[in-house]
Design a protein around this ligand. Sequence first.
Ligand SMILES: Cc1cc2nc3c(=O)[nH]c(=O)nc-3n(C[C@H](O)[C@H](O)[C@H](O)COP(=O)(O)OP(=O)(O)OC[C@H]3O[C@@H](n4cnc5c(N)ncnc54)[C@H](O)[C@@H]3O)c2cc1C
Ligand code: FES
Length: 251
Amino acid sequence: MADLFDCIISTKQTFGGCTELVLQNGALAACAAQGQFLHIQCGDQTLRRPISICDVAGDSLTVVFEVKGAGTEWLAAQQVGAVVNVLGPLGHGFPLVCGRILVCGGGIGVPPMLLTAKGAEAADAVLGFRTASREMLTDRFRAVCTDVVVMSDDGTCGKQGFVADGAAELLKKHTYAAVMACGPKIMLKTVAQAAKKAGVPCYVSMEERMGCGIGACLVCACKTTKNGEEGYRHVCKDGPVFAAEEVCWDD
Ligand SMILES: Cc1cc2nc3c(=O)[nH]c(=O)nc-3n(C[C@H](O)[C@H](O)[C@H](O)COP(=O)(O)OP(=O)(O)OC[C@H]3O[C@@H](n4cnc5c(N)ncnc54)[C@H](O)[C@@H]3O)c2cc1C
Ligand code: FES
């Protein structure tokens, strides 16, 4: 159940061109689930900014984000000890499935896959980055996953190629109960195709610009099909995670 929480920033670090903040609030941490997001008040910005939950441990939650504009710039400038106001946890995250799963993350879509991998009975990961200087969190994935494949666009870290190439390789090697992915739309589409080819259910976390974050403003509409019928659903409330076969990829 989403609510408003004041969280104290307890740790701050930067890596891969991103900022990681550890936020302390036991009540919020207790109800946060894999694939959900926090809607964070960023200074005097009218609209809150959605940031995925990367990890939960005890009474703390970790978020990792890239500076894009005024909101994330304000958030990245906050120091340890500052208090941020958070609405959350929001959205429907990744389902809990029995058995081994494959998590796939691309760029800033990598962080939410860490909590997802941690929540699984067993998990492997494919992590994709533009280049070595953007690589992040791979050690933390290695600590919780059996097989971790790193891909990069330019071959400067891991193997050269796309996340879907790494996913196709692991889908041939192991049997999975599900594939779960977060990243750019083209990555999600190609990972979903690789999962479909292997006959494995796939869940994807979609990203749209958001207003309210709670299903009231229609800003985040995403075209999907359900039971053969096309329609728009809210990424904030019905998602951000959808079954890949429900997403209308070319809209
Ligand atoms: C469910 C969800 C989870 C997210 N999780 C993360 C995360 O874990 N880490 C992270 O770094 N980012 C995440 N984002 C994206 C993040 O919310 C945006 O980068 C942020 O809102 C930009 O705010 P701003 O004020 O800094 O920039 P703005 O001034 O609002 O925008 C700057 C630029 O970013 C683009 N932008 C703004 N919002 C989005 C968006 N939602 N998707 C794509 N581009 C956008 C704008 O088109 C513009 O070009 C997530 C988005 C969603 C919807
Ligand atoms: S952001 Fe308002 S309905 Fe989704």
